[in-house]
Design a protein around this ligand. Structure first.
Ligand code: UD2
Ligand code: MN
Length: 611
């Protein structure tokens, strides 16, 4: 038999007594403070007591009504300054977010026709997966609350509690098959929080404590990853953990609109091979204004051959095909963060490329894979979710790892066939680069699923996509040999921004990656050069000088037609007869002027038929 010697026993007993005394003291102290806060709670755990104190303090700082309805919120004085400071550091006004209620209301921005849609009483159950690495605490909590609130059974839009199925007489309650009808939530089976190894302390114990004490029991599971794995693998970890019929992924800085889940789940029920995205509205990072450009129209996803996601207008053809403004709309790609997918199909389709680290690339990979392998990717207009778009990544990414480039190269290797070359023109450093790693298993997947090729995708899914090397006279950099300047879109967004000149880059950067199409468009992948018919303001010496603006390509040639004159290397605007002129000033806008023999009007194209 095992026993302690008596002296040791006495020693242990003393320590025990001392320990109990300390705990009793702390408990007494906390109760006393608790009493002062008039909270009816006792804490046996001093750490929990501290979390409770902090959370009450957070709650006390919230300004009732601030930002309600999704309007812009402002602070004044010192708070305003602190807010701006936090935004500089974190790309989001976190100081302001801390003062806005976790469950602020939002105005209903859906197309009014959505209110008349009748959904099934029984819909698939859903696991909502939120991934985060060092996201602002109050923003994460608000995201969780918005998901919960929009799934509450007592919301007016779930008007009926019981349905009788015609024919069978079977009664059906709102929810998913097998759901406890007394549950206060409908369809929502669980929320999985995947903590991608955050280092912010408030996302650890305090968040867990908040979930335990403030949110519905048994709804939320927190998965803490022991290493930072990046967003793709974080989502994979969440998906492995999930148990519901459908998976819905969200970034950890979203607010969901009224009744956003049912439209997605109804579609999933009817077409299990459809992957669905809500309309993504913009929540302003400075003032949390929930903004909607237009209730009726929206954009879908496109891409550039430099490997980036873009927004594009819904093609006319697609507007006709779907038949109604609120019908699901085919989207060539998705932004990546917010989507719903049947759980079994997610795995069948190859989930994600688990060798993608950090940030970026997984969205186009999944988009192309969905379409090429027999699925569809659709935007569901009655489902809207707001997302805080940030101007930079506040969290560090693995040092100098260029995960977006490497992940995109992995994607291009597997899915883009010969079109991968267009990406490598832009990133020659990644061609045959061992950093990309092995993609054999993804190619095997492509074989196994009998996926179609990229040409098929371009011909059938994204017919309007301009391919910089197809049906063109020339492409690449347009270089003026006199100045060493190249035509450059100067990273200017917005409709009608002037085309400029800038010293030529040694590789093909997106801003200098232009084409002259056989139709005569001088363009990048999205916009066409058009003459502005008023005079260029900054040119007093030349009556003919006109500005050249990059605007949406209208395909009607008028004003957007150019021709290349090989003998003089001039680029002539057909309607006006003026020639493109580089000038001599770096970063200046190019102009179109009366054609002359001047060297500023000579342009050499990297790849062209004349070479
Ligand atoms: C967009 C997507 C994002 C993702 C990305 C491409 C939307 C609205 N957002 O960028 O979901 O597809 O394009 O990769 O479609 N995170 C981690 N671990 C990391 C890095 C990020 O968990 O190492 C989390 C992060 O906390 C956030 C989510 O991943 O919740 C997406 O990151 P983001 O918000 O910085 O990406 P975003 O919206 O700029
Ligand atoms: Mn995001």
């Amino acid at each position: 038999m095992f026993y302690f010697p008596a002296r040791k026993c006495a020693y242990i007993a003393k320590i025990g007594i001392l320990f109990t005394l300390v705990i009793a003291l702390i408990t007494f102290f906390e109760q006393w403070r608790g009493g002062k806060r008039s909270v009816d709670a006792t804490f046996s755990d001093p750490i929990e007591a501290e979390f409770e104190r902090q959370i009450l303090e957070d709650e006390a700082r919230i300004i009732p009504g601030l930002g309600d309805g999704g309007v812009a919120a402002y602070l004044t004085g010192e708070d305003k300054r602190l807010g701006e400071e936090s935004e500089k550091k974190l790309a989001m006004n976190v100081h302001l977010s801390d003062r806005i209620a976790y469950n602020r209301t939002l105005k209903d921005y859906r197309n009014p026709a959505c209110q008349r849609v009748v959904y099934d009483a029984e819909l698939p159950s859903v696991s909502v997966i939120l991934i985060f690495h060092n996201e602002p605490y109050s923003v994460v909590i608000r995201t969780i609350w918005s998901v919960i609130n929009s799934a509450r059974r007592d919301q007016p839009w779930y008007s009926k509690a019981n349905f009788v199925e015609r024919g069978t007489g079977r009664t059906m309650q709102l929810g998913y098959p097998g759901q406890d009808p007394t549950s206060s939530l409908v369809y929502l089976k669980e929320i999985i929080l995947v903590d991608d190894n955050s280092t912010l302390p408030e996302l650890k114990g305090k968040l867990s404590y908040y979930v335990k004490t403030r949110l519905p029991p048994d709804l939320i599971r927190i998965l803490r990853l022991p290493d930072r794995v990046g967003l793709t693998r974080a989502r994979l970890a969440g998906a492995r953990y999930a148990t519901a019929d459908a998976l819905v992924f969200l970034d950890a800085h979203c607010e969901t609109q009224r009744d956003w889940l049912r439209p997605l789940l109804q579609e999933l029920k009817e077409s299990p091979r459809a992957v669905l995205v809500p309309i993504i509205d913009v929540i302003d990072a400075s003032n949390f204004y929930y903004s909607v450009q237009d209730t009726y129209s929206f954009q879908v996803g496109g891409f550039t051959f430099t490997g980036h996601f873009t927004w594009i207008d819904v093609p006319e053809r697609e507007k006709k095909r779907r038949g109604s403004d609120i019908a699901p709309t085919w989207s060539p790609t998705m932004a990546g963060g917010l989507f719903a997918i049947n759980r079994a199909y997610f795995w069948e389709l190859g989930a994600y490329d688990e060798q993608m680290a950090g940030w970026g690339g997984e969205n186009l990979e999944m988009s192309f894979r969905i379409w090429q392998c027999g699925g569809t990717l659709e935007t569901v207009p009655c489902s809207r979710v707001g997302h805080v778009f940030r101007s930079f990544h506040p969290y560090g990414l693995p040092a100098q790892s260029d995960t977006h480039g490497i992940n995109t190269a992995r994607m291009a290797e597997v899915w883009m066939d010969e079109y991968a070359e267009l990406f490598y023109l832009h990133r020659p450093d990644l061609r045959n680069n061992p950093k990309i790693g092995d993609v054999t298993h993804r190619k095997v997947l492509r074989e196994k699923l009998k996926c179609k090729d990229f040409q098929w995708y371009l011909d059938n899914v994204y017919e309007d996509k301009f391919v910089p090397v197809r049906d063109v006279y020339g492409f690449g950099r347009f270089k003026n040999p006199a100045s060493g300047f190249c035509l450059d879109t100067m990273q200017r967004d917005g409709e009608a921004s002037p085309l400029g000149v800038y010293p030529c880059h040694s590789t093909l950067q997106a801003t200098q990656y232009l084409s002259l199409s056989l139709r005569g468009e001088l363009r990048d992948e999205e916009k066409c050069a058009q003459l502005q018919y008023t005079r260029s303001e900054n040119d007093v010496n030349d009556d003919t000088a006109r500005r050249v603006l990059m605007t949406s390509c209208h395909g009607k040639q008028r004003g957007q037609k150019w021709k290349y004159i090989p003998s003089t290397s001039q680029l002539q605007h057909v309607d006006s007869g003026l020639c493109l002129d580089a000038g001599f000033e770096v970063g200046a806008d190019v102009t179109a002027r009366a054609c002359s023999g001047k060297v500023q009007q000579r342009w050499l194209i990297d790849y062209a038929e004349y070479n």
